[in-house]
Design a protein around this ligand. Structure first.
Ligand SMILES: NC(=O)c1ccc[n+]([C@@H]2O[C@H](COP(=O)([O-])OP(=O)(O)OC[C@H]3O[C@@H](n4cnc5c(N)ncnc54)[C@H](OP(=O)(O)O)[C@@H]3O)[C@@H](O)[C@H]2O)c1
Length: 388
C-alpha cells in the first residue's frame, strides 16, 4: 500500500501525522518564538468506548490533514475513526498516532454507524453526501459553502454564536447539518465580534490578503514550485490559478458576480449578517490572493453605533477567547501570517482610531489567522466538541 504524499511540509503541521514525534517538536519551537500565543496542548486523541464514531471526508486535503492534527491535539474522544477520500486515494494509508489507517473511498454506504462526519472535500461532494450522512443519523460539520446560507442550518463560530446550534446534540441520535463559515469570515469575526458586542458595528470594510493554503494542498505545492522556477529563471507552472502567483498578487480567484464582487467577498458580506443575526449591518470587502504559503491577513475598518476608544478596544480584544493582541507601536511589531501559522489564536494589532470618522465611532484593526486551522479544521472540531 502506498503512503499519502505530504504537501509542502515546511509550512504545514501535517508532518505531525505522517512523521511520529515531529508535530510535538515543531509546536514547541513555534511557541518559544511567539510568547503571546497560548501554549497548545499536544496530547493523544482519545480512543474511548463512550466517544462518538468519527468520519473525515477529504482526509488527504489541506483541511482534512489538519482535522487529524487538531483532533489529536485536543484529545477529542472517539470510538472509531474512518478516513474517506476519492477513489484516487482509496487503499493508501495514513499513520496516525502510531496506527496505520487505510483510506476508504467515499460512497453512499460510508456513513453507517458514524456519529460525527467532518466534511472538507468541496461543495459538490458536500451537496451529494451531506444529506446522505444526515439520513444515516450523522451530525455533519461541513467546511464547504454548500449549506452555509440555507435557512435552518446553523452557521457557527463557537466563540461567537454557539447558541445557534444548541438544539443539536449527539445524544438525540438524529442526523443534522452544521456549517463552518468561510475562513475569511471566521478570522474577521473572531476579531470584530468582541468590539461589536460592546459598541455595535454599523459598517465594516474588509480587505483581505489571502494565502495559498486557502485554495488547498495543490495551490500550496504550486506556489512552492513557481517560486523555485522563477528564481531559476524558468517560466512558472500555472495549473491552479492560470497565472504567475510567486512574486505577484491578484484579485481572489473565485468567480466575479454581476455586481462586480467576487464570491469570496460576498461570503464575507452575507455570512456576517447571518452569524451576527443582524441583516442591517453594512459590510463591504475586497479579497486578494497574496503569495503567502499559509494564514490569511485582513485589514478591517469599523464604524460603531456607540463610542469605543482604542484602550477599551484593546482591553476587549485581550479578554476575548481565541484572540491574541500583538500591538506594539514602539517596536512596530504587529501580527504576521508567519507568526500565526499553525496556531489556534487569531492575532489582532494596529488598533487605532480611524481619523476619518467623527468622535470615537471608528477603528482600524489588522488581523491574521491560520485559515486551515481556526478558519476551517479547528473551528469544525470546536463545533464537534459542543455536541458531546
Ligand atoms: N483550505 C482552506 O483553508 C479552507 C478553509 C475553509 C474551507 N475550506 C473548504 O474545505 C474543502 C476542502 O478544501 P482543501 O483546501 O482541504 O482542499 P484540497 O487540499 O484540495 O483537498 C480536497 C479533498 O477532497 C477530496 N476529494 C476530492 N474529490 C473527491 C471525491 N470525489 N470523493 C471524495 N473525496 C474527494 C480529496 O481527496 P483526493 O486526495 O483523494 O483527491 C481531498 O482529500 C473545500 O470545500 C474548501 O472550500 C478550505
Amino acid at each position: 500500500m502506498a503512503a499519502v504524499r505530504p504537501v509542502p511540509h515546511v509550512y504545514s503541521s501535517r508532518q505531525s501525522l505522517l512523521v511520529s514525534g515531529e508535530g510535538q517538536r515543531f509546536t514547541a519551537a513555534a511557541m518559544m518564538q511567539c510568547p503571546p500565543f497560548q501554549k497548545r496542548r499536544v496530547v493523544s486523541m482519545g480512543l474511548s468506548e463512550q466517544g462518538p464514531s468519527v468520519a473525515i471526508v477529504g482526509v488527504t486535503g489541506a483541511v482534512g490533514q489538519e482535522f487529524l492534527s487538531v483532533l489529536s491535539e485536543r484529545d477529542f474522544p472517539y470510538r472509531n475513526l474512518k478516513l474517506l477520500a476519492s477513489k484516487r486515494s482509496a487503499g493508501k494509508q495514513i499513520t496516525f498516532e502510531g496506527r496505520e489507517i487505510v483510506i476508504e473511498e467515499l460512497t453512499e454506504d460510508s456513513f453507517h454507524g458514524i456519529d460525527v462526519a467532518l466534511f472538507s472535500a468541496g461543495g459538490s461532494i458536500s451537496k451529494k453526501f451531506g444529506p446522505i450522512a444526515v439520513h444515516k443519523g450523522s451530525v455533519v460539520v461541513d467546511n464547504s459553502s454548500a449549506f452555509r446560507m440555507d435557512e435552518g442550518i446553523p452557521l457557527v463560530i463557537p466563540e461567537v454564536n454557539s447558541d445557534a446550534m444548541s438544539h443539536i446534540k449527539l445524544s438525540n441520535k438524529k442526523g443534522a447539518l452544521i456549517a463552518n463559515p468561510n475562513c475569511s469570515t471566521i478570522i474577521c469575526l473572531m476579531a470584530a465580534t468582541p468590539l461589536h458586542r460592546h459598541a455595535k458595528v454599523r459598517r465594516m470594510v474588509v480587505s483581505t490578503y489571502q494565502a495559498a493554503s486557502g485554495a488547498g494542498a495543490a495551490a500550496m505545492a504550486e506556489l512552492e514550485q513557481q517560486t523555485r522556477e522563477v528564481l531559476e529563471g524558468k517560466p512558472p507552472t500555472c495549473n491552479i490559478f492560470q497565472r504567475q502567483y510567486a512574486f505577484n498578487l491578484f484579485s481572489h480567484n473565485s468567480a466575479v458576480m454581476q455586481n462586480g464582487y467576487n464570491e469570496e467577498e460576498m461570503k464575507l458580506v452575507k455570512e456576517t449578517k447571518k452569524i451576527w443575526s443582524d441583516p442591517d449591518v453594512k459590510v463591504t470587502a475586497t479579497c486578494i490572493r497574496v503569495p503567502v504559503m499559509r494564514a490569511h491577513a485582513e485589514s478591517i475598518n469599523l464604524q460603531f453605533e456607540k463610542p469605543l476608544d482604542e484602550d477599551t478596544a484593546r482591553q476587549l480584544l485581550r479578554q476575548a477567547a481565541g484572540v491574541v493582541l500583538i500591538d506594539d507601536r514602539a517596536s512596530n511589531n504587529f501580527p504576521t501570517p508567519l507568526e500565526v501559522s499553525n496556531k489556534d489564536d487569531v492575532a489582532v494589532g494596529r488598533v487605532r482610531h480611524d481619523i476619518s470618522q467623527e468622535g470615537n465611532h471608528g477603528l482600524d484593526i489588522f488581523v491574521c489567522g491560520d485559515q486551515i486551522r481556526k478558519g476551517a479544521a479547528l473551528n469544525a472540531v470546536q463545533i464537534a466538541e459542543k455536541l458531546l
